[in-house]
Ligand binder design. Structure first.
Ligand code: IMP
Length: 198
């Protein structure tokens, strides 16, 4: 039976991506377990990932489950906006916005920026805590640019706006396996699994 890693996230887009990515490493995604919500106020991606992983780790200990937990904190950094939305990616424009509204807000913020200057990248930090309480980290980035208008229906979050370098399709125009090949999350997981010696 393959080893189970529990992810501290209820984001279905992330969970689906991680389930497929973990399988490539011979690992399985554990069931979504409720854990006390944490305020993501660490100030950087890795710190926020650590807060989420620690919250789920405590919950597993409380339930008597001995397993590795991990958390992802990720975001989109746009050079013309000095790195915004960055660690505030999930809340950009206000928590009350729907995703179509949030993407529209972002497109409006860079409407005057010409195509060659619309460079951006996705960043992902992962923090894992194994069954013995040891901590590991992994990082991944994907560089690209922001398109002029939404393209594609797949994926989640900012996927319809992000065109990875060297590609003609946005993340939202790619199939899940295609996105996985180029994604910051896949790179960070590879880095994490290597750090864990799995
Ligand atoms: P987190 O859940 O606090 O890590 O927030 C990360 C946010 O960054 C997500 O809600 C998305 O808005 C955005 N994001 C991170 N990775 C991706 C991706 O692969 N595609 C699209 N948006 C992403």
């Amino acid at each position: 039976m393959s080893e189970c890693f529990f992810l501290a996230s209820t984001n279905e887009g992330k969970r689906a991506e991680f389930a497929a990515l973990l399988a490539e490493h011979g690992l399985e995604l554990g069931a979504s377990l409720p854990y006390p919500e944490v305020e993501e106020n660490a100030g950087d991606y890795l710190g926020n990932a650590a807060l989420k992983a620690a919250a789920l780790h405590s919950e597993l200990v409380r339930l008597g489950i001995s397993a590795t937990v991990f958390a992802d904190d990720s975001g989109l950094e746009i050079d013309a906006l000095d790195g915004a939305p960055g660690i505030r990616s999930a809340r950009y424009g206000g928590v009350e916005l729907t995703w179509p509204q949030r993407r529209a807000r972002l497109l409006a913020a860079i409407a005057e920026v010409p195509a060659p200057q619309r460079s951006a990248y996705f960043h992902c930090a992962l923090l894992a805590i194994d069954e013995r309480g040891r901590r590991y980290q992994g990082f991944g980035e994907t560089r690209g640019s922001i398109v002029l208008a939404e393209r594609g229906e797949a994926g989640f979050g900012y996927d319809p706006l992000f065109l990875p370098d060297g590609e003609r399709r946005t993340f939202a125009e790619m199939s899940a396996p295609e996105k996985a090949r180029a994604s910051h999350r896949a790179r960070a997981l590879r880095d994490l699994v290597a750090a864990m010696g799995r």
